[in-house]
Design a protein around this ligand. Structure first.
Ligand code: NAD
Length: 482
């Protein structure tokens, strides 16, 4: 059976303990490869390689670093089909989505930061009249840790690694043990692109073992983490007393707010996507839909009939719009929320059942599910489900919906559908989230700041924010005689 190895110092290697985890193909519900189940010994080996590579890499010219990142971007593009197939097999997402979103974005991440680093400048402050000149150095931090989740595996893994290495750091990285395949394949691509040995090291294994060892490592100076809020809190508890730099991109329970004056057709088709893209397993999905009362029953009918048309099936079939959920435990968790919704008095308007796909009877398929609720305080409206499940309810006024949108512990993103500019400005300013999309969803310009407020995280990624995170700024103050 294929083995997913660690990538340390430019070579693939087995874990020190020779322990292995099962890797599942969610579309079949069957084990199809073995994952290195590494330990702190492997993390330290990776750290040593990264430490050795740091002096040279951090002093490599910006042009040379940029050129290597561009080569990685091109190689990802050249291997689009192979990587998309690997991602779809490992994660259960439709191949069409991996081909058009996940892998192209992984390539864009490297391309973007290859260019961004050439434009990254720092400030100078002349203290006029005092014969003093200050300037800011932005220096690479050293060895940094990057830990990513399973929902957008290569997309989010590269979103961290690209700025980290562009800025001159060396990296110990851990993909999710649920979806490690494309990160494993990236190792070979980095070697082909001429990335010096030790600049990127990839360690596979579980969160409590490998993730924790990265976070606890006394000499890994910064941690960039994307994943669940509970894990983020545990990482913060470990890293904060060690005074590590921390970027935490965590969960969401995002409102999708629909006013009667919106462009209805556009709203309807994008709302289907923002509810169920990637089986609803995107931290930015609009999982709480609020609809203005005057169009509520029309929306309800139209939305249900559009969602009924979505084709759940084998991720490799071209007609499939919704693939398999990522794992059996995750499917069970999502289904438990559908049961909870019923207990709480919610009405399942559509879906709620497992789907049996011919030839893939053990796959983790679930119907896209719409639940009508009447109270924003119910648990299904307050807790992150992270699957193909949305709730919907009506609202009377702008004030009411704003109160409900903000009455949740998360604050990652929000979507607003309206043609009223005044309302757009009023609401955008008051919604508690890191991102507000108006009349669109998941529209990403990589220069913009990305991140959440409240329990959705601390810090921002994207553009120069990421390069600032992955550098330490130092003020140099020079006094001179006139
Ligand atoms: P998770 O927190 O279970 O795991 C994320 C990563 O952390 C994995 O690599 C895991 O092995 C590792 N990990 C687990 N325990 C750890 C520990 N104690 N120390 C260090 N690392 C540890 O999350 P998940 O289930 O893989 O992903 C789903 C979650 O990610 C959802 O909550 C989703 O909203 C969130 N997410 C957020 C964003 C964002 O940008 N804000 C993007 C995607 C996903």
């Amino acid at each position: 059976m294929k083995k997913i190895l660690n990538y340390i110092d430019g070579s693939y290697c087995e874990p020190y303990t020779q322990d292995w985890l099962d890797n599942y193909n969610p579309s079949k519900g069957a084990v199809y490869s073995k994952i290195a189940s590494s330990s702190s010994i492997d993390v330290d080996k990776a750290y040593q390689a990264a430490k050795k590579a740091f002096p040279s890499w951090s002093n490599t010219t910006i042009d040379a670093r940029s050129a290597i990142l561009l080569k990685i971007a091109n190689l990802i593009e050249d291997n689009l089909d192979m990587l998309a197939e690997a991602e779809s097999l490992d994660n259960g997402k439709p191949l069409s989505l991996a081909k058009t979103v996940d892998i192209p974005r992984a390539s864009s991440n490297f391309r973007f930061f290859a260019h961004a680093i050439t434009q990254f400048a720092s400030e100078a402050h002349e203290s006029v009249g005092l014969e003093t000149m200050n300037f800011t150095l932005r220096q690479a931090i050293g060895v940094v840790g990057c830990i990513s989740p399973w929902n957008l595996p290569l997309y989010l893994f590269t979103w961290k690694i690209a700025p980290a290495i562009a800025a001159g750091n060396t990296v110990v990285a851990k993909p999710s043990e649920v979806t490690p395949m494309t990160a494993f394949l990236l190792g070979k691509i980095c070697t082909q692109a001429g990335l010096p040995n030790g600049v990127l090291n990839i360690i596979n294994g579980t969160g409590p073992s490998v993730g924790q060892a990265i976070v606890e490592h006394p000499n890994i100076k910064a941690i960039s983490f994307t994943g669940g809020t509970k894990t983020g809190a545990s990482i913060a508890r470990t890293a904060a007393p060690m005074f590590k730099k921390l970027s935490l991109e965590l969960g969401g329970k995002n409102p999708n707010i629909i006013f009667a004056d919106c462009n209805y057709e556009k709203m309807l088709s994008i709302t289907v996507k923002s509810s169920f893209a990637n089986q609803g397993q995107i931290c930015l999905c609009g999982s709480r839909i609020f609809v203005e009362k005057s169009i509520y029953s029309k929306f309800k009918n139209d939305f249900v009939s559009r969602v009924k048309e979505l084709k759940v099936g084998d991720p490799f079939a071209s007609s499939t719009q919704i693939g398999a959920l990522v794992s059996k435990p995750h499917l069970d968790k999502v289904m438990s929320y559908i049961d909870l919704a019923k207990e709480e008095g919610g009405e399942v308007l559509y879906g709620g059942n497992k789907v049996i796909v011919n030839g893939s009877e053990n796959g983790y398929y679930l119907e896209p599910t719409i639940i009508e609720v009447t109270n924003n305080n119910c648990r299904v409206n307050q807790e992150e489900i992270f699957g193909p499940v949305v709730t919907m309810m009506s609202f009377d006024t702008e004030e009411d919906v704003l109160e409900m949108a903000n009455n949740v512990k998360y604050g990652l993103s929000a979507t607003l559908w309206t043609s009223n500019l005044d309302r757009t400005m009023r609401m955008s300013k008051q919604i508690e989230s890191g991102i507000v999309w108006v009349n669109t969803w998941l529209n990403r310009d990589l220069r913009t700041p990305f991140g959440g407020v409240k329990n959705s995280g601390v810090g921002r990624e994207g553009g120069f924010e990421a390069l600032k995170f992955f550098t330490e700024s130092k003020n140099i103050c020079i006094k001179y005689d006139n």
